[in-house]
Design a protein around this ligand. Structure first.
Ligand SMILES: [Ca+2]
Length: 494
């Protein structure tokens, strides 16, 4: 690491004092006045969040089609987590959990921004639980903690945590480039806009400054990140680079799309445009990491790379009616509480802490980032009492360390195209999913069945009862909101 030696070197010409008794020679007297032990400069933090990035969506993560040399290199330089989870199977709640260290259920932010405003379907047996569309400004965010420590705080890219009165500038960021209530661009090509909602002008654009035809959003966001890094090279910075990619619409740069169209698709991953988006993401991560090297900042910069929910494994109009990805061997994808919906990639390169080629198999989750940075970067001690994460610092030193945590919880009391309202708990390798409709539970043994193919609830009634009790106790403790019976629902009607 580039330690900044906080000392003052006084080079004294002793000619002035050579008349002192016993001092007849000319010489230089170096005097080192230490102001303290050798002190590390506060490390920078680059937090890269990729939208909807599936758990196997990189070569190093097992893809048989995607090309990701920069991400693979970052993994080789740092610590890769094989059991990292998003706090939620959808966007906004996970983002809120990253920033606050608190569970989406405790925050009452359990569905994405537009979903909270819309309220969900009115023709199903239940009505979605009430959810906040905006992250309350009273919440203590990572950006506020870093700013209080003297960091420059920069947000670039997708925000999706509220309307204008809750934009990054109101949550501790000095600079916001492009962060709005938008969940996705209409187009990845300049000017990244369209008449998505005629009634809501805030939904229409990603404001990232001037551009020209052909500009690609992922490239431009990285340009802004690089510019910010250069500008703040001399001071500690906390940079949230939260890409819109690889969320729909699935649109790659033509040259990259052709590259993958000319290749044989994999058995698991096959979507050429999506592969092009992943390749472009990778190019840009590589570009940013090169700039850190060029500026001699790499050894002073913590890099985190992760996703906000599982990969999209279902087709839609905005993905060319083909599934963008597959989360195999994990079941399902975005919007569900199966592993494919909540398990995400996570790589941490923490200079001086993580070792190259590290692999950690301990389950971790989005709520852990705030306590990790609080401990590892010496942020304020007076963290909110009701935190739902724990510091991962022990795992950075020893990937097999015991965190002393046995359970993780998820709460998604909303409908999603393939999912009815539910919650889940993982205890050790057992996972129980509770669905509110019909008060139904499923039980899986992830140790022997990571693909959640066999529901063991009937075979293990005692375990189901115990885990359900754990889940109920947790839901009560965080005051989780439940879906409500729909008074207008008539069984048998569409
Ligand atoms: Ca997302």
């Amino acid at each position: 690491m580039n330690h900044v030696r906080r000392c003052l070197v006084l080079v004294c010409d002793v000619s002035d004092i050579r008349s002192l008794p016993g001092l007849r020679l000319w010489f230089l007297l170096p005097v080192l006045l230490f102001t303290g032990e050798t002190a590390a400069r506060d490390p920078n933090v680059v937090f890269i969040l990729v939208d909807d990035w599936g758990v196997t969506d990189a070569a190093v993560l097992g893809s048989d089609f995607f090309e990701t040399p920069a991400i693979d290199r970052l993994a080789a330089d740092g610590l890769r987590f094989t059991q990292a989870y998003a706090a939620s199977p959808v966007c906004s709640p996970t983002r809120a959990a990253i920033l606050t260290g608190r569970s989406p259920a405790r925050l009452d932010m359990t569905i994405w921004h537009e979903g909270a405003r819309d309220g969900g379907p009115k023709d199903r047996p239940l009505l979605n639980a009430v959810s906040r569309p905006n992250l309350p400004r009273e919440e203590v965010t990572l950006a506020e903690l870093f700013r209080a420590k003297g960091y420059a705080t920069i947000h670039i890219g997708k925000w999706h945590l509220g309307r204008a009165a809750w934009y990054p500038e109101t949550q501790g960021y000095d600079l916001n480039v492009g962060g709005t209530c938008w969940g996705a661009p209409v187009s990845y090509f300049y000017p990244y806009r369209g008449a998505w909602s005629a009634s809501d002008p805030e939904l229409r654009y990603v404001p990232i400054g001037p551009g020209k035809e052909g500009d690609y959003l992922t490239d431009r966001l990285t340009d802004h990140a690089i510019e910010a890094v250069r500008r703040h090279r001399g001071e500690p910075f906390f940079l949230s680079l939260w890409f819109h990619t690889v969320h729909t619409p699935i649109m790659g740069k033509p040259k990259l799309v052709r590259r993958f169209q000319n290749r044989s698709p994999g058995a698991v991953h096959r979507h050429a445009e999506y592969a092009a988006m992943i390749a472009c993401l990778d190019d840009n991560i590589g570009r940013l990491l090169s700039v850190l090297e060029e500026l001699d900042l790499a050894d002073d910069t913590i890099v985190v790379l992760t996703s906000d929910n599982g990969g999209v494994d279902f087709p839609s109009r905005r993905s060319g009616n083909r599934p963008p990805t597959s989360n195999a061997p994990y079941r399902s994808g975005k919007g569900t509480l199966y592993e494919g919906g909540i398990r995400v990639p996570l790589i941490i390169r923490w200079p001086g802490r993580t070792q190259p080629n590290g692999i950690c198999r301990i389950p971790v989750t989005s709520q852990d980032f705030l306590p990790t940075f609080a401990a590892g970067c010496g942020l304020a001690d007076d963290l909110p009492a009701e935190s739902d994460g724990i510091s991962l610092m022990p795992l950075l030193d020893n990937p097999e360390a015991d965190l002393g945590r046995d359970t993780l919880y998820w709460h998604y009391p909303h409908y999603y195209p393939r999912m009815t309202p539910g919650s889940a708990v993982r205890q050790g390798n057992w996972k129980l999913i509770h669905y509110y409709e019909g008060d139904r539970t499923e039980l899986y043994d992830l140790a022997s069945d990571e693909g959640e193919t066999t529901d063991l609830a009937r075979q293990h009634p005692d375990r189901v009862r115990r885990m359900r009790q754990l889940l109920d106790t947790w839901r009560t403790s965080v005051q989780a909101k439940a879906p409500r019976p729909n008074p207008d629902y008539r069984a048998g009607t569409p």
